[in-house]
Design a protein around this ligand. Structure first.
Ligand code: NAP
Length: 470
């Protein structure tokens, strides 16, 4: 059965290779796609406004007028900008029953009321329009650098036409993905115009958090000493405050990766079903978790680099030299406090282990790595190891901040120490997680996630009661 299937696919491909394909437009994309198809064994003919002037420097590829070229093939790729489609309306006779492949893109998202492919279908009603190839660039086709962009979204109302275009993409070494009917063309046309859509929320959030942490630290450590004691500590803005802000952001963002999952679990428990849609903001937040995690990892990395640079700061060297001179002058050394060693070295170890797991989480989120593990392994790493990372990073913050909590004054202008602020999100997440893994919540949640619904049960009971009453 498998063998037959393969030989059928080979037949389809080999017959496609004999197929002739027509390309309208000898511009960048038309030329690149036409040449690629020619290299892959297709017989290619171009349709151009000026066939005599268009030179493709290839003897075996003809350039004809649009009307002549259209007669050579039943698949015509329209490598022309939408604004110039009008002339196709005059070729309706030649294009009758042909497969027109719309590869066009726009300059702006939703630039026109209808998609370019639908507009083409309106202009040439007798043709079968298929949208494809618009997510591939002319440069990638020419250079062969298709690794990151092999996916070709294909849509169209005629199944057979769509299949033939998908076969061509496969022969070119691309990966076609059936996107459905022609109405979905607008979505496909918007794909290449989107600029990191999943990164918007994490980037805005990171920006807002950075501003918040920076101002908060500056208020406590720079502005307050200046106002109350006329003490200038502005030099801390250059290094120490940045380092603290990055640390706070890393642990907060990591907590925010796990918070939406917990909110979703609470909602499911409350609604007693998993079949009700989450609010849009929660949906979007859940979809951005990977990006939030990567942003958290980036700030953790910055925190590590800044922490490695701590002893090289001018102020640190000055403090050390001053302390040594003081000790020499007084002929007295500072006592060795084992409790300080425990706190400092323990905190460092927790931080290093937390960062190690953080990097591991980041690596496993890469598609090339996550494709190698099964769903259970992926969930184990992202959930169990993720929470372990959050615990280690939270305790690391707690240990380093311990003496700051205890040392007076804990409140400056009614503001709690910055360590306390960075611990809010992780503590909330860990507390919620702890509550949700308790059997009284975990059991119903597991049942709900397996499809059980509280309301259907109560409805059944009500139905049962009414039946018995009848
Ligand atoms: P281009 O280099 O400007 O080529 C467009 C071609 O359209 C011209 O070479 C010309 O071919 C033809 N043309 C121009 N004005 C015309 C008119 N008034 N009537 C009829 N034909 C006309 O543009 P391109 O970069 O190849 O892009 C072509 C299409 O591919 C666009 O819709 C674009 O969105 C899409 N696309 C491009 C890329 C890319 O990387 N470049 C990627 C994906 C999709 P003749 O002189 O031979 O008639």
């Amino acid at each position: 059965m498998e063998k037959n299937h393969t030989s059928f696919a080979m037949k389809v491909n080999s017959s496609d290779k004999q197929e002739s394909v027509c390309v309208f437009g000898t511009g960048d994309f038309g030329r690149s796609l036409g040449l690629k198809m020619f290299q892959c064994g297709y017989s290619v003919v171009f349709g151009s406004r000026n066939p005599e002037l268009s030179s493709l420097h290839h003897k075996e590829i003809e350039v004809l007028s649009h009307a002549e070229a259209a007669q050579r093939s039943d698949i015509i790729i329209i490598a022309i900008h939408r604004d110039h489609y009008k002339f196709l309306g005059k070729l309706t006779e030649e294009l009758q029953g042909k497969i027109l492949v719309d590869i066009s893109n726009n300059l702006k998202i939703n630039q026109y009321p209808e998609s370019n492919a639908e507009y083409l279908a309106e202009l040439v009603p007798g043709a079968k329009v298929v949208k494809a190839f618009n997510t591939i660039s002319a440069w990638a086709l020419q250079s062969g650098h298709l690794d990151g962009s092999r996916q070709v979204f294909v849509c169209g109302d005629d199944k057979e036409s769509k299949q033939r275009v998908m076969n061509i993409s496969r022969t070119l070494g691309l990966t076609p993905l059936d996107h459905g009917c022609l109405v979905t063309a607008r979505e496909i046309e918007n794909y290449p115009l989107q600029l990191f859509p999943m990164w918007k929320f994490p980037l805005y959030l990171s920006g807002a958090l950075f501003i918040f942490y920076f101002i908060y630290y500056a208020l406590r450590s720079v502005i307050h000493p200046y106002v109350t004691q006329n003490k200038d500590t502005t030099f801390t803005l250059a290094f120490s405050i940045l380092n603290h802000a990055f640390a706070g952001m890393a642990v907060t963002l990591l907590a925010l990766v796990y918070l939406p999952g917990l909110i979703a679990a609470i909602l499911q428990l409350y609604q007693g079903t998993k079949y009700r849609r989450f609010p849009n903001w929660l949906d979007h937040w859940m979809l951005c978790r990977k990006q939030l995690g990567l942003a958290a990892l980036a700030f953790a990395f910055l925190h590590v680099l800044y922490s490695l640079g701590l002893p090289n700061r001018y102020s640190a060297k000055w403090k050390l030299a001053n302390r040594v001179i003081k000790q020499v002058k007084s002929n007295k050394t500072d006592p060795f406090l084992a409790s300080d060693v425990w706190r400092y070295d323990g905190g460092l170890t927790l931080g290093i282990l937390g960062f190690f797991l953080f990097v591991l989480l980041g690596i496993t989120s890469l598609p090339s790595v996550s494709n190698m593990v099964n769903w259970r392994e992926f969930r184990f790493i992202q959930s169990k190891l993720g929470y372990l990372t959050l615990i280690l990073c939270t305790v690391h913050t707690l240990v380093f901040g311990a003496n700051k909590f205890l040392k007076p004054p804990p409140l400056v202008w009614y503001l709690p120490p910055t360590y306390v602020i960075s611990l809010i999100a992780p503590s909330v997440v860990l507390l919620l997680k702890f509550i949700l893994i308790m059997p009284c919540f975990n059991r119903p949640l597991t049942r709900i996630r397996q499809g059980w619904e509280r309301n259907s049960l109560s409805k059944k009971i009500q139905l049962g009661n009414s039946n018995t009453e009848v």
